[in-house]
Design a protein around this ligand. Structure first.
Ligand code: SF4
Length: 349
C-alpha cells in the first residue's frame, strides 16, 4: 500500500497517511515533568521544522505535566508509554494527542482494551510500536526466529486485536536496528494492511553512523512510496534528528521547503576557499525562507554546467567567482565578496 492509499489518521491537527505530507517527528530527552526544559526543547523542535513531538511518560507527574506543556507549545504531543497502562490512561486523560504503546508490553488484553476505550472516548490516535526486541514469542517460534515474518505477523496480530475492540485510528512502527530487515519489514507490512507507517531505524547509533544508517534505511523505504511519518533516531541532540529527517525528505522531493545547496567536492581545479564558503553559506541560507536550489561550485570548467538545475550559484575562478543563474554566467565578483553578493542575489530572487 503506497502512502497515497493508506488510511488517514490525525495526531492532534497533523494529518498522517492517505497522501498527507510526510511528517518529521522527534522525541524529547528532558525529564518530561521538568516543564521548563521540556517546553524549551519542544519550542526548539518547532523552530527547525519538527511536525510532531513525543515524550516519555514515566510516572503520574509526567502525565500531569502534559496540559501545561501543550498550553505552551504548538506541535502535537505524543505520550510514549512502556508497560504501565495506568500511565497510558493518565496521559490520555491529560490531553496527549496520540499514545504510543507496544500492546505486547501492556500486561494483557483487558488493559489494552482500557487504553483503546480511553483513546476512543478522547478521540485520539494510537501508534502501535513493535520492534525486533519485543516480538511475541509465539511468532518467533512459528517463524523460526526474529525475522521479517515474525515482526510483521506479530504486529498484525496486535492490530487485529485492537480492530476487534472497534478502533482503527492507528499508525504502525516496525523497528529494527538491522537496516535490511527494517526495509523488508516495512515493505511487507505495507502489503498486509493500509495503516499509515511511522518509519525509523531504531537505535541507529551515534552521529555519523546513525545518520548513514537512518538515511539509507528510511530513504530506501520512502523511495518505494512507503512511509507516512518518520523519526531519525540518533544518539545525540534530538534537534539533529529533525535536521536529518528533513534533509532525507528534501532529498527525495517529499519536502519542498528551504534552500537546497548543491556543492562540488572540490579538486585540484578549485582556486577559492570553497569549503569555508559552503559552510558559511549553509548557516546564512538557513535563515532565508525561499524554496530554491543554490549551487556552489569550484570552477568554471564544470561548475555552471553541472549545476544547470540550480536557480543561482557560484563558480570559483582564481581569486574570483562567477555568479550564474540557471547555468548561465551573469556576474564576476572578487572571492572575498562572493558570499555577500550571492546572498544579495538570492534575496532579490
Ligand atoms: Fe573540481 Fe570543478 Fe568539479 Fe569542483 S566543479 S570538483 S572544482 S572540476
Amino acid at each position: 500500500m503506497k502512502r497515497e492509499d493508506t488510511k488517514r489518521i490525525y495526531v492532534g491537527n497533523v494529518a498522517v497517511g492517505n497522501g498527507a505530507r510526510v511528517t518529521v517527528q522527534s522525541m524529547t530527552n528532558t525529564d518530561t515533568k521538568d516543564v521548563e526544559s521540556t517546553v524549551k526543547q519542544i519550542k526548539e523542535f518547532e523552530s527547525i521544522g519538527c511536525d510532531i513531538s513525543r515524550s516519555a511518560i514515566n510516572d503520574l507527574e509526567d502525565a500531569k505535566a502534559i496540559p501545561i506543556i501543550k498550553s505552551m507549545t504548538n506541535i502535537p504531543f505524543i505520550a510514549d508509554i512502556q508497560f504501565h497502562h495506568k500511565l497510558a490512561l493518565a496521559a490520555i486523560e491529560n490531553g496527549c494527542d496520540c499514545i504510543r504503546i507496544n500492546p505486547g508490553n501492556i500486561g494483557g488484553i483487558d488493559r489494552v482494551k482500557e487504553i483503546v476505550d480511553c483513546c476512543k472516548h478522547h478521540k485520539i490516535s494510537m501508534r502501535i510500536g513493535v520492534n525486533s526486541g519485543s516480538i511475541n514469542q509465539k511468532f518467533i517460534d512459528k517463524y523460526h526466529g526474529v525475522n521479517v515474518d515474525s515482526i510483521c505477523y506479530s504486529c498484525l496480530d496486535q492490530i487485529r486485536m485492537i480492530e476487534d475492540m472497534g478502533f482503527d485510528d492507528i499508525k504502525l512502527s516496525l523497528k529494527s536496528s538491522n537496516v535490511n530487515m527494517s526495509i523488508k519489514a516495512y515493505e511487507k507490512m505495507s502489503e498486509l494492511c493500509n495503516y499509515p507507517l511511522h518509519v525509523g531505524i531504531t537505535e541507529a547509533g551515534p552521529s555519523t553512523k546513525g545518520i548513514i544508517k537512518s538515511s539509507v534505511g528510511i530513504g530506501s523505504i520512502l523511495s518505494k512510496g512507503i512511509g507516512d511519518t518518520i523519526r531519525v533516531s540518533l544518539t545525540g541532540d534530538p534537534k539533529e534528528e529533525i535536521i536529518v529527517g528533513r534533509q532525507i525528505l528534501m532529498s527525495l522531493g517529499l519536502l519542498n521547503e528551504g534552500i537546497e545547496i548543491i556543492s562540488c567536492p572540490t579538486c585540484a581545479r578549485t582556486k577559492i576557499d570553497l569549503i569555508s564558503i559552503v559552510n558559511e553559506a549553509e548557516k546564512k541560507l538557513d535563515k532565508i525562507d525561499k524554496h530554491i536550489k543554490v549551487a556552489i561550485m569550484g570552477c568554471v570548467v564544470n561548475g555552471p554546467g553541472e549545476a544547470k538545475e540550480a536557480d543561482i550559484g557560484i563558480a570559483g575562478g582564481n581569486g574570483v567567482g562567477l555568479i550564474f543563474k540557471k547555468g548561465e554566467i551573469v556576474r564576476k565578483v572578487k572571492e572575498e565578496e562572493l558570499l555577500d553578493v550571492l546572498i544579495e542575489e538570492i534575496e532579490r530572487l
